[in-house]
Ligand binder design. Sequence first.
Ligand SMILES: [Zn+2]
Length: 618
Amino acid sequence: MDRLRQQELIQEIKEKNDIVSVISEYVSLRKAGRSWVGLCPFHSEKTGSFNVNPEKQFFYCFGCSAGGDVFSFIMKRENLEFMEAARKLAERAGIAWPESNDHQADQNKNELLKINQLAASYFHYCLSRTEQGKRGREYLERRGIDPEIWRKFSLGYAPPGWHHLTETLRKKNVPLEKASTLGLVSFGENGYYDRFRDRIIFPICDPQGNVVGFGGRVLDQGEPKYLNSPETALFHKGRFLYGLQLAKETIRRQNQAIIMEGYMDVVQAHQGGFQQAIASLGTALTQDQVKLIKRYGSEVILAYDADTAGQNATLRGMGLLREAGLTVKILRLPAGEDPDSFLKKAGEKAFREQLAQAPGLIEFKIEQALRKYDLNSSEGKLGAVQAVLPELGEIESSVAREFYIRQLAREIGVSENAVFAEVDDWLAKNRKKSPVLDNKLIPSYTKMTTEKNGLSVGIIRNAELSPIQAAIFEAEKELLQIALQEYDKFARIKEELKAEDFQFAVWRDFFGALQDTEPAPENHQILDELTGPIRELASTLLAEQQFKSGTGDLAGILNRLDMLRLKARIQKLTEQIATGKDDSGLQLSEADLKAKLLEFTELNRKLKKEYPSFSAEL
Ligand SMILES: [Zn+2]
């Protein structure tokens, strides 16, 4: 599809998918003035902060700042890429989607998915309807799993013997060679034979519910206990999470995922009322899995057996989760219990309480260190303190750090001062250079520009910015919003500013990307020229602008930005003169100080002269 054809297609899709009618299929909307209002599908709320503007064809949530056009909505809601969302909307409007070059690849993938689906249906049939399946049924009944849950998870049973699935597939004219690439059948001296035999089958799905692989569990003492699909064209075990297709809505609603060890744990948890439960597939968590979780929620509770919770692989997984900005907690269970046995014995209410009291990573590590060292000896005490220093040192908030230091000192039986001294030492040795101002913002914004579908955060202004920095942030953003609206204003801004002039990296990069786009044909919006994450950010910015009306006065904003920069510079000089140190903490020489004083006086004079009405602000 060439560029022009694609633009026409996108335009047509947009025209034929009215945003109110599309969103109404997901959210119940009521008319309020010129907008439609409802409960936001992207954060949990009781009052309707979610607005849809039919005139401008944008949505915007005042609660979580999610916003965009009809494509953005489908991308966010269905977790799709832009072109996937476009395709879905094309189908909805009955617009023919042009055949693509990767048509062949799509077809092949669909064929493989169909084979997996066929196998899953066959296993499920064996479990629920056949005489042989009795063994499987009895096993699940013994484990207390209701038939309703078998159906929900499409659980199955692979009968003992060598040719059940093989023959079934053959009869359905499935090429067995293809089934073998999926790890369903194997090829030996006597031809193809079943790979899964006498096992309970857990189909593994992608988030959309397509069966991508299988896990098979033995019923008694056989080996291996679990047999999974090998890595195939569809299945990469580091990329999927068991149960996510069923858990994703609950995870989104409760903003919480519970990660368990195995298939059976997940199935039991769902039956017990915890539909946010998922499992990694027999491995430590991977980056891909962490990203996947993050699409749906921001808190993760690890519910592993007590004996495995301390293993290094688990701790690494926790590290990944935390690095990704997720809140990590660890479910604490009485000794000798696993999540499943505890849920059965103590019941849903007790389990829920345990979840609510789950300690964070730091508390958990402190507990572990306390258990590991002999706290009666001074070596043991020192060892325990040393073991948690990195955790304590990395706590950003000094209030929280102090809290944990006090707790640790109390529990180990050493003086608080001794622990404080150790932590200070650690900090002095390991403290990274304190970040420059706009670095603090980068995590939330680069997420948008680097991660696919990374729009989950919406536009959030970082609360840690000083008032002047925040005002600069807003002014730079407003400039871009104006640029997005009108080509001639964009041209004006390009005359006035270069990308480097933007102070905040996110806006600098965005402006740079805008400049790289080709000029659009007449009557086209800049938005339609953009693709990928840049389009997402643009769409959110436009939506925000529609609902939070700015002045739109270009000259005024440029002027204001100049003034703000002047003020920021004055503020910095004030700090340096007061402390006698430069930004990196080095002592300023007498001559430097004098020069700074001069500049300070000069800039203040300029501020009063050029911006008499502004100078009292902030
Ligand atoms: Zn919202």
